[in-house]
Design a protein around this ligand. Structure first.
Ligand SMILES: [Zn+2]
Ligand SMILES: [Zn+2]
Length: 363
């Protein structure tokens, strides 16, 4: 089972700029100047630098892939789903403009000039339809492939369909109407029984967020992954306490917990009602639920990499202060990070940070 982050940013895509690159270069040079003896091999020295200097957290909005035995589950269709689409449908000659203008109507299968690819199926599970969670969908290459079928799962499948259709209303918002997409796209409402999708058992719970959001729990080969983004649990009203207890039980014993931590502790109180969490409260929940590895996710678009790594450090210090030696691992979700579990019970996971996605075998 592989978990891969294709988009980790909340609210709005936020690409890194020169100032961020310059800051990383300055940090690298400072470390080089302090090194004793001075490094002589630049490449070898760069390989010793931490991820916070050699990589970017990433600016694409939420998209998570969990795959195993050729079965691919996709969680949310933020702008990160575009890169996942290129990975799933590698077409070096793909011109998205050409695609948008002509190929949708033609419903051409597979790669341009190539034979039709075999039928394939994808499952897209939406947490909710806020724009940052669906905006990448019209740029997801498999929707332009008539040999692909996609089932879109959501608590409210009608709202999911309305949201995806609305952002592809022609000609005002997009040049291609949803009905013109060649892929076979169907909507399915989640039911309390949950889902069985290949080797995956998936269940869900509703989260407190403006308009509602959905947490997913995915189990396979004795491993449990929980993805909970866009939720707020501040205060101690009976409703909040109940929701906190429900989420605690839902996350119980997870090997990996991927959680909204958009705000700092202070920000989350000044932005009460905006629907997001802070890392300190999430660390408390992770400990109370016996989580093994926590990923901080849905980063605020205004936060630089430096600020995000500072928030990670604060969360780790808080965790160590409250629960010394607990063994809870806390990481930043960064674009391209892959977590791989062996498909046998009990095997240790591997964690490949930054840009690992670009080294991934093309299937
Ligand atoms: Zn969001
Ligand atoms: Zn939202």
């Amino acid at each position: 089972m592989i978990i891969r982050f294709w988009g980790v940013r909340g609210s709005l895509p936020s690409p890194s700029g020169f100032s961020e690159l310059k800051e990383k270069i300055v940090q690298a040079v400072e470390l080089a100047l302090k090194a004793k003896p001075l490094p002589e091999d630049a490449e070898r020295f760069v390989e010793t630098l931490p991820d916070r200097i050699t990589g970017f957290v990433g600016g694409n909005t939420p998209c998570l892939e969990i795959s195993c035995q050729e079965r691919i589950l996709i969680f949310d269709a933020g702008s990160g789903i575009r890169k996942l689409g290129e990975h799933l449908t590698p077409r070096p000659e793909l011109d998205i403009e050409e695609e948008l203008r002509g190929r949708a109507k033609a419903g051409l299968p597979g790669a341009a000039g190539k034979a039709a690819s075999p039928k394939r199926h994808l499952d897209l599970l939406l947490t909710h339809t806020h724009w940052d969670h669906i905006q990448g969908f019209p740029f997801f290459a498999p929707v332009y492939d008539k040999d692909t079928s996609i089932t879109i799962h959501a608590v409210n499948s009608r709202a999911a369909e309305d949201g995806l259709r609305a952002q592809q209303s022609t000609p005002l918002l997009f040049p291609i109407h949803f009905d013109e997409l060649p892929a076979d796209i169907r909507f399915r409402a989640l039911t309390e029984e949950g889902l069985r999708l290949g080797p995956f058992a998936v269940d869900f719970m509703r989260l407190p967020h403006p308009g509602g959001s959905t947490a997913y729990r995915v189990r396979a080969f004795g491993r449990t992954v929980v993805f909970a983004t866009d939720y707020e649990l501040l205060g101690d009203s009976p409703e909040v306490n109940r929701a906190r207890e429900d989420l605690r039980a839902f996350v119980q014993g997870a090997d990996v917990f991927i959680s909204d931590t958009q705000y700092s502790y202070l920000e989350s109180h000044s932005k009460e009602g905006w629907g997001h969490s802070n890392a300190l409260n999430v660390v408390e929940m992770a400990h109370a639920s016996g989580v093994k590895r926590l990923y901080l996710f849905h980063h605020d678009p205004s936060n630089s990499d430096r600020k995000l790594y500072d928030m990670l450090e604060k969360a780790s210090n808080y965790s160590e202060l409250l629960f010394p030696g607990s063994g809870l691992a806390i990481c930043l979700a960064t674009e391209g990070t892959a977590i791989e579990f062996p498909e046998t019970p009990g095997g240790a996971p591997s964690h490949r940070p930054h840009n690992a996605g670009s080294r991934r075998r093309r299937e």
